[in-house]
Design a protein around this ligand. Sequence first.
Ligand code: FMN
Length: 340
Amino acid sequence: MGGNDILVVWRRISMATISNRLTRLLNIQHPIISAPMAFAGGGELAAAVSSAGGLGLIGGGYGDSTWLEEQFDICAGHRVGVGFITWSLRKSPSLLTDVLKRRPVAVMLSFGDPRPFVDEIRKAGALLICQCQTIDHVWDAIEVGADVVVAQAAEAGGHGMLRGALSFVPEAADLITAHSPKSLLVAAGGIADGRGLAAAIMLGAEGVLIGTRLWASEEAIVHPRHHESIVEATGDDTIRTTVVDVARQIPWPRGFTARVRRNTFTQRWHGREDLLEQSVTSEAPRYREAFSQGDPDNTGVWFGEAAGLIGAIEPATMIVERIATQAADLLRDHSGVSLS
Ligand SMILES: Cc1cc2nc3c(=O)[nH]c(=O)nc-3n(C[C@H](O)[C@H](O)[C@H](O)COP(=O)(O)O)c2cc1C
């Protein structure tokens, strides 16, 4: 056994782990799921998260069957799941039929009514994860008997709504305990380190779903200049807005906004959405070109408030293991609180 192997074995033995109903249900080592991030979360990231002991989800996004096939090929041999934007999936439901042939561990549905897809997911033997932004959404998830319910708070990067984690997570936990005790609750939004995971558990969740912190990983499909911009950002440097969807001409249902980096583009158009709409024939190609060039100022740069907790772009394995270990240590030692 070489020095490196000894180090790996030592790390595995010395690492405290949290095991609970979520780790048992998903058959994983740490109660950490990677968010199925459209465009950014491909097979490489999902595989890295799963091999670190979490569950990696491929971002099905708005649905590109060729891209999805490629991503499943990249992580062949790993236990991964996939996530879809539900209102978009309704326009091309065959995408679900196709990915179920790849035997994902779980399918996450977010942003829309899960009902039309539940039977097909169950029949294929995959677990159902429903991401919720409001208490009404939690009721929907309870009604369809979701295996995992994600309470997504407003701090989250990407699309979401307005609830704050500190009240939304325990409110969802109480509902689930009372009406669907077999469903397991996971918290999302603003979680980037072990403090976030430990806090989520204290609030009544059994684990976390992490986007932004893993967007800032080596395996995410993100332009290096966008990566540089998250390292420099604080949690104040993001905004919830619809201008990115207006510019991309993606018809998101009312009520959903996207949290992205505050930049020249958002400053120019946020609050002037009508004007942006009127100039969209010239602005849409400009937005897309800036995105593909990695321009951090003139396009959407997709990350959430957790940006302020991120100091480096690191391998996803390191991120997952550090979050898990730090949370376990915090939960065990209770961070120096003295009780009398
Ligand atoms: C770049 C990016 C893309 C995202 N795309 C999706 C998506 O396609 N589908 C989805 O359900 N959630 C998506 N989300 C939201 C995540 O599912 C999750 O709720 C969020 O990332 C959690 O908050 P955090 O970013 O603070 O970790 C995205 C988030 C980010 C940062």
